[in-house]
Design a protein around this ligand. Structure first.
Ligand SMILES: Nc1ncnc2c1ncn2[C@@H]1O[C@H](COP(=O)(O)OP(=O)(O)O)[C@@H](O)[C@H]1O
Ligand SMILES: [Mg+2]
Length: 145
């Protein structure tokens, strides 16, 4: 679980590939059935991180931002299901209920959420929270709460 400790301490990356590699490593260390809330403004690397998670779950298809579709579902190896939710356009708890997301959370699942503050109360209590940002030197920052 070195990757969890590393992310808790906070890391910076110099490229999207480096961020994706960290995410892949995290994916391989994650227990089944985990929600990962990805906090941070536009362009900090939330979708980039999910691309790395997907790689770590053995997902080969392209992972793109589900801003307009709200969520995408990807199946990996070992029965892994990755549900990638972009909550940016959600405005009410009712809207998240209407997605019936639970129906797609087939164990072992990982729910990765961009703009999690939009659906705050809906997130499972055990969710992992990752804060992403960009430092003054333009390196991207990642820290697990
Ligand atoms: N160290 C880095 N980590 C993540 N992304 C980076 C990094 N350096 C540059 N980038 C670029 O920043 C952009 C991040 O975009 P994206 O992942 O879509 O952000 P978000 O989903 O948070 O809006 C991508 O174009 C990516 O290639
Ligand atoms: Mg995004």
């Amino acid at each position: 679980m070195r990757i969890l400790e590393e992310l808790r301490a906070g890391v910076t990356t110099a490229s999207a590939v480096e961020t994706q590699e960290l995410a892949s490593e995290l994916a391989r260390a994650l227990a089944g059935d985990t929600t990962l809330a990805l906090h941070g403004n536009l362009g900090v690397g939330k979708t980039t991180f999910v691309q790395g998670l997907a790689r770590g779950f053995g997902i080969v298809e392209a992972v793109t931002s589900p801003t307009f579709t709200i969520y995408n579902i990807h199946r990996g190896t070992k029965g892994r299901t990755l549900v990638h939710l972009d909550a940016y356009r959600l405005e009410s708890p009712k809207q998240i209920e209407d997605l019936l997301l639970e129906d797609f959370l087939v164990p072992p699942w990982c729910l990765a959420v961009e703009w999690p503050e939009k659906i705050g109360a809906w997130l499972p209590v055990g969710a992992l929270h990752l804060d992403l940002g960009i430092a003054a030197d333009e390196r991207h920052t990642l820290r697990l709460r």
